[in-house]
Design a protein around this ligand. Structure first.
Ligand code: AMP
Length: 433
């Protein structure tokens, strides 16, 4: 199978070969043909499968087939949950459109809107956006979505997790009914299926590799350990293993900061990436990690979602997630594209019940190893950590509720107040990860 046989145009083939891709990934081979035929597509794929090119390449092909219009209305809209993902998708759009007469830009919250507005005013064909900033700029009259022909919803499951359902529904009202829709999601809960049903028209369903297959090729291990000894153990593993590029997950932003400081004190270059960090700090941390000047990136789930870091050799769960699907997302950062990777989880007594939930989801038992000097505490309580202690999740849930209340406020004296309040919430939401 070649990219050429998929029917992509010459300028795209040139950009693909410049990127160094030789063959389409499975999701690309499956998604590109129906998208080129103008069909709606529902794709089950997570980061690392090549999904971005899976929708970007045929989208560019379709847009460039039609004559460019004078004022360049926005003809394709890509909605992503996080600003990192928006920036990455746009970087891909830019690269693949290098030999085409297509203009694109990206907008997201947490940064000054002025440069974004200026670029939009110059006329663009493709807009990559996070929901909050998109709705803000549309309501300010900066942009119109009335001429959108292709709508892409990327990482739909994370969109819902982050409380963006109302915003998605709002965006749907701003784009024409007649359009082509592409929806990508790593997991398919009842809510995702409901959303797909409301957005897509008779979609073709494509799947990368069943998640379990991905899980099976990753070398997974659990170290049972006393809670207070986790930091010592992680430092030992990284130092003695001489690991050069490690992604570590913590449950909270504060936990990420604390652990990062301790690693640095132990002589391991580390950086934290989460919602309390400025965009500049996050970009710098990620760039350092990719370059190899930062050995350890400590991240929360939402911050790590969508990060484009190919072929990570090691992922460590400093704390395992209380949502089993998040475990699959986390370890999916290693063992990509068939290369084997290692996913290690440090599990204390209060996390045992979450571990059992994960094993049930992935349908396998994870090997347990106890390291001398870092044994579990036999007297520790096995009472699970309360989900309320997981700050990211807790707030997301709240936001969902408040965005429901937004609708009931419409039309009365409180409407403006509610709108402003919700706009701020959305901003926080986009700043959060
Ligand atoms: P994505 O799942 O879209 O985040 O892509 C994951 C990584 O795979 C990115 O670094 C892409 O540049 C890379 N990639 C995408 N398609 C291909 C391909 N056909 N061959 C090799 N690498 C690819």
């Amino acid at each position: 199978m070649s990219f050429k046989s998929l029917g992509l145009s010459e300028p795209l083939l040139k950009a693909i070969s410049k990127k160094g891709y030789e063959t389409p990934s499975p999701i690309q081979a499956k998604a590109i043909p129906p998208v080129l035929e103008g069909k709606d597509v529902l794709a089950s794929a997570q980061t690392g499968t090549g999904k971005t090119a899976g929708f970007t390449l045929p989208m560019l092909h379709l847009l460039s087939k039609n004559p460019i219009q004078k004022h360049r209305p926005i003809r394709a809209l890509v909605l992503t949950p996080t600003r990192e993902l928006a920036a990455q998708v746009h970087a891909n759009v830019k690269e693949y459109s290098e030999f085409l007469n297509i203009r694109s830009t990206v907008i997201f919250g947490g940064v000054n809107q002025k440069p974004q507005v200026a670029r939009i005013r110059q006329g663009i064909d493709i807009l990559v956006a996070t929901p909050g900033r998109l709705i803000d700029l549309e309501s300010q009259g900066v942009l119109s979505l009335k001429r959108v022909e292709i709508f892409v919803l990327d990482e739909a499951d994370r969109m819902l997790d982050m409380g963006f359902l109302r915003d998605i529904e709002r965006v749907m009202k701003l784009i024409p009914n007649k359009r082509q829709n592409l929806m990508f999601s790593a997991t398919f809960s009842k809510d995702i299926k409901k959303l797909a049903y409301s957005i897509l028209d008779n979609p073709v369903h494509v799947e990368a590799t069943p998640e379990n297959t991905a899980v099976e090729i990753i070398d997974q291990k659990v170290h049972r350990v006393a809670k207070g000894k986790k930091t010592g153990l992680i430092i030992k593993l990284i130092s003695e293993g001489n690991w050069k590029q490690v992604l570590v997950f913590t449950r909270t932003k504060h936990g990420a900061n604390r652990l990062t400081k301790k690693m640095i004190s132990a002589g391991i270059t580390a950086a934290a990436i989460h919602g309390n960090k400025s965009q500049g700090a996050r970009t710098k941390a990620l760039a350092g990690f990719k370059r190899g000047t930062v050995r350890v990136l400590v991240a929360t789930d939402i911050a790590a979602r969508g990060l484009d870091i190919p072929l990570l050799p090691h992922v460590i769960n400093f704390e395992i997630p209380n949502i089993s699907e998040d475990y699959v997302h986390r370890i999916g950062r290693t063992g990509r594209a068939g290369a084997s990777g290692q996913a290690i989880s440090l599990v204390s007594a209060d996390e045992i019940s979450y571990l059992r939930g994960i094993e049930k989801l992935i349908g396998m038992k994870i090997d347990v190893e106890i390291i001398e000097g870092f044994e579990p505490d036999p007297n520790a309580s096995t009472e699970p950590i309360k989900p309320g202690q997981n700050r990211n999740r807790g707030r997301g849930g709240q936001r969902n509720k408040t965005s429901n209340s937004r609708n009931s406020g419409g039309g009365n004296k409180n409407a403006n107040h509610n709108r402003n309040k919700n706009r701020n919430r959305r901003r926080n939401n986009e700043n959060r990860n």
